[in-house]
Design a binder for this molecule. Structure first.
Ligand code: NAD
Ligand code: UFG
Length: 338
């Protein structure tokens, strides 16, 4: 079966392309490279020892999508393409709503026209509202998002849900990722953020490689064991495997399917710093800084539904995540640029 992967040149998309190729799927990627580069896809093909097809286009370009669906027999779409920086979305809400919502709508329109009924969507733990008890389950409350990025995920889920309701042949998988980190064990592909990283793990690894001076720990007065924020970090290769498990499941289950992709275990910021130091032997200097607006104290998943219905479970542990992050960063200190 051929899978159309939107945003396939990005961090999670590139790892998922490897997993798809290795599992025998044909892969067609559409990506406008707004936050990635084509080199990632060359490396994907190197790792898998197989070719994929790449189109450098915007997912909002209906004609480009139509021509792909006409040319290839696509059985399923995985929709990664989107802008994802929380702070930037507060400063540039219209760009985020335009990019993230119109890409979803245009994609669904083109899929409907070409009778492609299966779509896996990159959602996020950010769709859960802040008033839930932990762990977060798929049935926990959603909404009350604290930034435009979060609303685009919430609204895209709704667009897909309504589309599946109106088109009973459709199957949609809404995958709510927790905190993806790590890299492919080969060290050939990994996370390559533009500018100063917003997220914890790329920040730590850029401190380790000497690109940044020290880490700012955003708050040490949360109601957590050591006062710093707790998150559910998951290895990107586990996440990639979760997408293939979702495709296999949705082919036999029409309608809406929502799954958490997390490990179910929370680690604090200082746990992450210590684990990274232990695994890599690198010292990570840090300073305690004020809390970051919008951050919650503790976020972690229940992965039970994914285990039960998808037969999927995270296999990599915290040491693996740190080792693979460092393997990628130390071999590619400037990311894909060198
Ligand atoms: P990424 O930025 O590395 O990948 C996204 C890709 O989409 C990039 O290659 C970018 O060039 C492409 N893109 C963006 N807008 C496009 C458009 N209009 N047309 C074509 N291509 C476009 O991000 P990622 O970390 O790989 O995330 C993938 C998806 O998962 C995103 O939708 C993101 O919101 C979601 N997600 C990520 C995280 C995370 O922490 N990384 C957490 C939850 C959800
Ligand atoms: N943190 C620091 N210093 C930093 C960066 C982060 O102390 O330089 C802390 C944060 O305060 C938080 C933890 O590290 O406690 C994790 O922060 P990240 O920015 O790595 O991750 P978030 O949980 O805030 O956000 C991530 C994605 C969002 C997504 C959210 C929920 O970046 O896109 O998970 O899935 F919405």
């Amino acid at each position: 079966m051929n899978v159309l992967v939107t945003g396939g040149a990005g961090f999670i998309g590139s790892h998922t392309c490897v997993e798809l190729l290795e599992k025998g799927y044909g892969v067609v990627v559409i990506d406008n490279l707004v936050n990635s580069c084509e080199k990632s896809l060359e490396r994907v093909q190197q790792i898998a020892g197989k070719d994929l097809v790449f189109y450098e286009n915007d997912v909002r370009d209906r004609a480009a999508l139509d021509s792909i669906f006409e040319k290839y027999d696509i059985g399923c779409v995985i929709h990664f393409a989107g802008l994802k920086a929380v702070g930037e979305s507060v400063a540039m809400p219209l760009e985020y709503y335009d990019n993230n919502l119109f890409s979803t709508v245009t994609l669904c329109e083109s899929m409907r026209e070409h009778h492609v009924n299966n779509i896996v969507f990159s959602s996020s733990a950010t769709v859960y509202s802040g008033d839930n008890e932990m762990p977060l389950r798929e049935s926990s409350h959603t909404g009350m998002c604290t930034n435009p990025y979060g609303w685009t995920k919430y609204m895209s889920e709704q667009i897909l849900r309504d589309t599946a309701k109106a088109n009973p042949d459709w199957s949609i998988a809404l995958l709510r990722y927790f905190n993806p980190i790590g890299a492919h064990p080969s060290g050939l592909i990994g996370e390559d953020p533009r500018g100063i990283p917003n997220n914890l793990m790329p920040y730590i690894s850029q401190v380790a490689v000497g690109r940044l001076d020290h880490l700012s720990v955003y708050g040490d007065d949360y109601h957590t064991p050591d006062g710093t924020g707790v998150r559910d970090y998951i290895h990107v290769c586990d996440l990639a495997a979760g997408h293939v498990a979702a495709i296999e499941y949705m082919l036999g289950h029409k309608g809406e399917n929502v799954f958490n992709l997390g490990t179910g275990t929370g680690y604090s910021v200082l746990d992450m710093v210590k684990a990274f130091e232990r695994v890599t032997g690198k010292k990570i200097p840090y300073e305690i800084a004020p809390r970051r607006p919008g951050d919650l104290a503790t976020v972690y998943s229940s992965p039970d539904k994914s285990a039960e219905l998808l037969g999927w479970k995270a296999r990599y542990n915290l040491e693996d995540m740190c080792r693979d992050t460092w393997n990628w960063q130390s071999h590619n200190p400037m990311g894909y640029a060198g």
